[in-house]
Write a protein that binds this ligand. Structure first.
Ligand code: GRF
Length: 216
């Protein structure tokens, strides 16, 4: 089944691009009906327009309350008639009414192995904590910040030479594989939106990342 998506962004939109590439290459059975940004200068909007995808922006105005903003945003998102709402780098916390309206059909990609390092700087917080393995998580969105049911994760090593930018770049390469794959799994009823699996996943049970490793 081709899953109808509305994708919310705030920034460069590399995950949006990864979904669009996967759709074009037949690796993700979905259609991006609409891209919505809270920032009119988000580079991802241009990326969407170049691909002929409809875009909308709703800038957050100073003094506006979160619920009022979210209610307006929900109306815009509903215009795309989404079967799945994808938060792909949308940096605003959504109000309760928005979350309830799209509950059970809204996912987020977060740049850490949740439940570690929730919040706006998952990459920096992981570096500061000195973890040796980090990664990314696709999760269902609930009313908390990055607290929803975990659907899938990918791990990447943290290298001794890493700074925020290099670690984020490595995590993003994992995000660009994981997010379209999970959307495809949902579209093809291999994964339910409560995280339940309807098909046998391909998992190497002995796969293990040891980080760091030392040369002999
Ligand atoms: C991603 O790293 C995602 O995990 C986080 O925001 C970033 C968005 O990147 N939520 P992009 O705009 O998709 O390049």
């Amino acid at each position: 089944m081709t899953l109808r998506l509305v994708v919310l962004i705030s920034g460069k939109g590399s995950n949006l691009g990864a979904i669009a590439d996967a759709i074009d290459e037949g690796r993700c059975d979905a259609k991006i009906a609409l891209v919505v940004s809270d920032r009119p200068d988000a580079a991802g909007l241009e990326l969407a327009r170049e691909r002929g995808i409809e875009t909308e922006t709703l800038p957050f105005k100073k003094g506006m309350d979160r619920e009022a903003y979210s209610a307006e945003l929900a109306e815009i998102v509903a215009l795309g008639a989404p079967e799945l709402v994808v938060l792909a780098g949308f940096m605003r916390v959504l109000g309760t009414s928005f979350i309830q309206r799209f509950a059970g059909r809204m996912i987020n990609i977060h740049p850490s192995l949740l439940p570690s390092f929730r919040g706006a700087d998952g990459v920096g917080d992981a570096l500061d904590a000195g973890v040796k393995i980090s990664g990314c998580t696709v999760h269902l969105v609930d009313e908390g910040v990055d607290t929803g049911k975990i659907l899938a994760q990918a791990a990447v090593p943290v290298l001794p030479s890493d700074d925020r930018a290099s670690l984020h770049a490595r995590i993003q390469r994992a995000e660009h594989r994981l997010l379209p794959e999970i959307i495809h799994a949902i579209a093809n009823a291999k994964m339910r939106l409560d995280g339940g699996l309807l098909s046998r996943p391909i998992i190497d049970e002995d796969a293990c990342i040891i980080s760091p490793r030392f040369s002999p």
